[in-house]
Design a protein around this ligand. Structure first.
Ligand code: PLP
Length: 428
């Protein structure tokens, strides 16, 4: 595989951009080697600047649920941008977006658009603190909620990939206000709330953990957290930046039948443009400025082009049966990978939710962060490169979920399973 142009770009980038990338996991640091630079993308495929073509299971880290460069999304963007790129006054698409999100996610009675998932989670905990008058936040080991100071405590995603669970630059006085819990441990949560429940403003969780690979909640676990929060007057915040509109149209909260007080979104609702959102109970969201005193703002928030891309994507995924088909394809892929590993005698398992999956080089079950961490990451890294060499791009980290889109058809999935069969054979 020729990587000349990517290599030249990475050399230039490293001089001027920290690590050569604008977001850490893109640098391939944990899997080794150098990243490829994208030239274009279409459907399930990414094409790099050297002309190599990959079946893409990263999907821009989640937004591309309908595939790259979907004609309907591109048409919405180009039809909107001719009227101007940003207005700094309200536009109609923001209202349509708010109506759409609140209809699809009933726990969101009001919603505010922002520009990233990080902004959404930062804003949500500000609302939790402002509304409760309490300061403490509870999060889970291995969950990633963006790069806000309060969240860089035992975080997942890039911080975990790089082995930096905490970050210099976060004042300890702030980090001390974040308590962490082991995901899927009922008793640990009960104990923490019994001890300090009256100090807790909000508990934030990825209901399905997609930033420590892909870990699903044990039966009744999310309901247990709901009950603890209600009992102790803390707000339950579902971070659905990754799971929202993916694992079900209404997100993980509809899949598991839980009503959080606040929710955060991003990725899919921007259709590939920089977008986030937070929303929830009307009495809470009404406390956000200017209707209330909790301040939060954004020059580009509700950007018309971003709203158009997001709304066009939502149009595509609201088609009846969309998520059932996404789930079917996820199973075909994961079953195929597991069968190929078995054939090669490799210890391997997958976890799945509709449209997302985790790959582990160990036997299952995978129910906790410790289970996920015990995966053979050296083996994953070799597998990653073996697959890349066969035109399949998996997330460049053993601790990131993969994504299936509606553009991943039978041919792409069959190619992936065949590539895995040969790659597992090499690892054996
Ligand atoms: N929350 C979750 C669950 C995420 O997966 C991410 C990003 O991957 C974020 C928050 C942060 O979003 P962003 O990268 O758009 O700031």
């Amino acid at each position: 595989m020729n990587n000349e142009r990517s290599h030249a770009l990475f050399s230039r980038a490293r001089e001027l951009i920290p690590g050569g990338v604008n977001s850490p996991v893109r640098a391939f640091k944990s899997v080794g080697g150098e990243p490829f630079f994208a030239q274009s993308a279409e459907g399930a495929y990414l094409v790099d600047v050297d002309g190599n073509r990959y079946v893409d299971y990263v999907g821009s880290w989640g937004p591309m649920i309908a595939g790259h460069a979907h004609p309907q999304v591109l048409a919405a963007v180009s039809g909107t941008m001719v009227n101007g790129l940003s207005f700094g006054v309200p536009n109609a698409l923001e209202v349509t977006m708010a109506e759409r999100i609140t209809r699809i996610v009933p726990s969101c009675e009001m919603v505010r658009m922002v520009n990233s998932g990080t902004e959404a989670t930062l804003s949500a905990i500000r609302v939790a603190r402002g509304a409760t008058g309490r300061s403490r936040i509870v999060k889970f080991e291995g969950c990633y909620h963006g790069h806000g100071d309060s969240f860089l405590v035992k975080a997942g995603s890039g911080v975990m990939t790089l082995g930096l669970p905490n970050s210099p630059g976060v004042p300890s006085s702030l980090a001390d206000l974040t308590s962490t819990l082991p995901y899927n441990d009922f008793d640990a949560a009960t104990k923490l709330f019994d001890e300090i429940g009256s100090e807790i403003a909000g508990l934030i969780i990825e209901p399905i953990v997609g930033n420590a690979n892909c870990i699903l909640p044990r039966d009744g676990y999310l309901q247990h957290l709901r009950e603890l929060c209600t009992k102790h007057g803390a707000l339950l915040i579902f971070d659905e930046v990754m799971t929202g509109f993916r694992v079900a149209l209404g997100g993980a909260q509809s899949l598991y039948g839980i009503t959080p007080d606040l929710s955060t979104f991003g990725k899919i609702i921007g259709g590939g443009m920089p977008v986030g959102a937070y929303g929830g109970r009307r009495d809470l969201m009404a406390q956000v400025a200017p209707s209330g005193p909790i301040y939060q703002a954004g020059t580009l928030s509700g950007n018309p082009v971003a709203m158009a891309a997001g709304l066009a994507t939502l149009d595509l995924i609201e088609v009846p049966g969309f998520h059932a088909e996404l789930e079917r394809r996820t199973h075909v892929l994961c079953d195929g990978l597991e069968a190929a590993a078995r054939e090669a005698g490799i210890a391997f398992t997958t976890t799945r939710a509709p449209g997302m999956f985790g790959l582990y080089f160990r036997q299952g079950p995978i129910e906790t962060f410790e289970d996920a961490k015990a995966s053979d990451t050296a083996r994953f890294n070799r597998f990653f490169h073996a697959m890349l060499g066969r035109g399949v791009y998996l997330a460049p980290s053993a601790f990131e979920a993969g994504f299936v889109s509606s553009a991943h058809g039978d041919a792409e999935i069959a190619h992936t399973i065949e590539a895995a069969r040969v790659s597992f054979g090499e690892l054996a």
